[in-house]
Design a protein around this ligand. Structure first.
Ligand code: NAD
Length: 321
């Protein structure tokens, strides 16, 4: 069995590898070659932790396994990341354990890759202004991946906690782009692409604030009850997602589906656009919304890529198991 420790991941797998792995996975999901198993997520009644599994199987790549992970709010005080993830891969032909891979950085890379895939396939080609809602740990990964998809000339940002906005400014500067913090009215009016990546349980962005032609990637809502945009905006947009079942239950579309504003039939898997079986954006005036809920197959895809690269580069730890 192979171990790829967390400390090796940064030098092994880059944004391009993650993007390619996630794009292929979404395509495989839409063609029926790959599917996710039901998600398990539990408050375990210890250390205030939320813990669970995301798992699945991709028959095209033979990626089989699970990501075990969760949220330990007290970790920061111990000098550890609050979100902790580990990916376990199994041999699809024998069921034997194949690899254990550190999943913390991979989670950020695969989540950023998902919104970048949505931008590639759904944003207007002439998009110039990137709007960021959220300035936490994931936001910098999101921004770096997004700017590789269009010729963005400016980044604008908003966050509930203004002291965190410095992260957006520093990341934009690192990417050589001007940055401005704005209120939500101006952000909605000026952005061509908006990424929301927050822990919000209330709608932040409203339908009235968004202009025709905008592409929105809602990436923060991955649990029942969370919400980043109002249901009117969901009702007005062309809807795309990684997985329809998750979108309607734990994703951004959950509230609009529950309110009867949209049905699951209105939500298209982004893989269908990648596979060219759905046209995606139909005009420069469409508002497109990608509901990135985060699927286990994304984790398996980037972990498999990391294992392959670790073996190639001779940094995979082989253990008798
Ligand atoms: P973080 O804790 O570093 O940052 C949280 C962000 O949310 C900050 O911008 C903060 O200001 C904002 N925020 C906190 N409470 C808020 C509230 N009540 N209303 C509005 N904004 C609020 O978290 P992170 O690592 O950047 O992750 C952000 C979100 O993305 C989390 O909710 C996480 O669960 C989610 N996430 C989704 C996926 C996916 O695949 N879809 C993957 C990883 C993380």
């Amino acid at each position: 069995m192979i171990i790829v420790p967390e400390r090796e991941i940064a030098d092994l797998i880059g944004r391009k590898d993650a993007f390619d792995a996630v794009e292929k996975t979404f395509a495989a999901m839409a063609s029926g070659a790959a599917y996710n198993f039901p998600v398990i997520r539990e408050a375990i009644g210890h250390a205030d932790a939320l813990y669970g599994f995301k798992s699945g199987f991709d028959r095209s790549s033979l990626a089989l396994g699970l990501k075990s992970g969760g949220y330990w709010p007290g970790n920061m005080d111990k000098g550890l990341t609050n979100h902790q993830s580990t990916v376990f891969l199994f041999d699809a032909d024998t069921g034997q354990a194949r690899a254990v891979v550190g999943g913390n950085l991979l989670t950020a890379l695969r989540t950023a890759a998902a919104s970048a895939v949505s931008i590639k396939h759904l944003a207007r080609k002439d998009a110039k202004v990137l709007g960021m809602i959220g300035a936490g740990h994931q936001s910098a990964f999101q921004m770096r991946a997004a700017v590789e998809q269009r010729d963005f000339e400016k980044v604008i940002g908003w966050n509930l906690h203004p002291d965190m906005l410095v992260r957006l400014e520093e990341t934009a500067n690192e990417l050589g782009l001007p940055y401005e913090s704005l209120d939500l009215d101006r952000l909605g009016a000026e952005a061509d692409v908006i990424i929301s990546i927050t822990s919000s349980f209330e709608p932040i962005l409203k339908a009235a604030q968004v202009t025709p032609g905008t592409h929105i990637a809602c990436m923060g809502t991955d649990t029942k009850g969370k919400q980043e945009v109002d249901t009117d905006l969901v009702g007005k947009a062309r809807l795309f997602t990684d997985e329809v079942a998750q979108s309607a239950t734990i994703g951004e579309c959950q509230h609009a589906v529950a309110a009867g504003i949209v049905s699951e039939d209105n939500i298209i898997e982004i893989g269908a656009v990648i596979n060219a079986t759905h046209q995606g954006r139909t005009s420069d005036d469409d508002i497109t919304l990608f509901d990135g809920t985060g699927v286990g197959l994304q984790d398996l895809a980037v972990a498999s890529a990391a294992v392959e690269l670790a073996v190639q580069k001779g940094v995979a730890v082989q253990v008798d198991f």
